[in-house]
Ligand binder design. Sequence first.
Ligand code: SF4
Ligand code: SF4
Ligand code: SF4
Length: 383
Amino acid sequence: MPHCNKQMISFFLTTKCNLCCRYCYNAHERAQIKEQTLPLEIAKAGIDWYFAGNDSRHIRFYGPGEPTQEFDKLKAITAYAKASKNGGERVTTEIQTNGVFTEEVRAWVLDNLNIVWMSFDGMRDIQDYNRPLNPKYQAAFGGRTSAQVLEENVRWLIQNTNDRNLMVGARVTITDKNIDRQKEMVNYFYDLGIRYVWTNPLFYSVDKIPVCDDKVKRKLFSFDMDKYLDNYIAAYRYAKEKGLFWGSFLTVNFDGESAYHCRACTPMGAPHLTPDGYLSACDMVLMGTEAYHMEKLIYGKWNSQKRIFDIDAAKVAALRARSSDNIAHCKNCEARLHCGGYCLGEIVNETGELDGQKPIQCAAIKRLLKEIGTCEPYKYLHP
Ligand code: SF4
Ligand code: SF4
Ligand code: SF4
């Protein structure tokens, strides 16, 4: 099923985070603003509005920081959605979390969430290097490292799932630390009980200017795409034999056909509510007040006087027009219906334009399509 079929309302709960990941794509952005959390009133209005106009009853929690850091709000929003008269009993839930949370949180996760994507970079040495605990939070976890807490939470959730509708998977950022350890990671995750893993090549963080205008950032960034692909393909085949799904962000549309890359092109069916009360089309645009070059992906705002979401119809139309049918370099591409013009968030962040291109990613997608090909519908779509 094409990735744009992942329709849901996402809540970007809070800018607070208990980790200090080396590559955090928004750490700089978060450091420059006052800590903010999505007001409950806006979240509730978002649920009423979304359920009234859409068939999906899927709700999801994500950044800009770590959603479980606002545990009371996480619980309150979930309870409100589930109690909704408008189909609340059909509500399904998803979170992308760093997995470094307390026993109280994990007990609630077990009974209330259906899809849990752990941002998890593999074996302890990699996880603790890439995703260390913020020193301010070390005491709360008894001096354990982020890898130790995460492993324990994953094991506990999987061991206690029983007949609950719960899947605990991993969403792995690939950096030079784990790029050639993908097969080893397959074994590691398998032994923890994880069966679904999506890998994402490292991408540029979001700042105030597009990456094309930022020489320093470009100089500091490196990612060896050929090395990723060689190791990915070997790990994908190895994992398949073991009964583990090893996905790549570059193949999110290989299980269906669509000229759209993802939900960002169908924003009314998949809004993301930011902590400052805006509607974002994309996981990479987490705050609306000062979105700079990512502004193209902010298409609405909560109007507290009228108590409605004001929608910018021209922006919605521009996003809906962004497809591989309309982008000049995509029209004749053999991967057109299995790529959809690639990730808008990364493209806009790097080129400043909705129809920009990342040629290295294009070549990689075409290679993957040739070497591993299309597949049956994914059971768990990329977060
Ligand atoms: S857990 Fe997420 S928000 Fe927190 S530092 Fe890491 S990447 Fe950034
Ligand atoms: S980051 Fe890319 S894949 Fe994710 S919502 Fe944004 S455009 Fe879509
Ligand atoms: S691989 Fe490149 S050219 Fe082909 S559809 Fe995707 S973005 Fe367009």
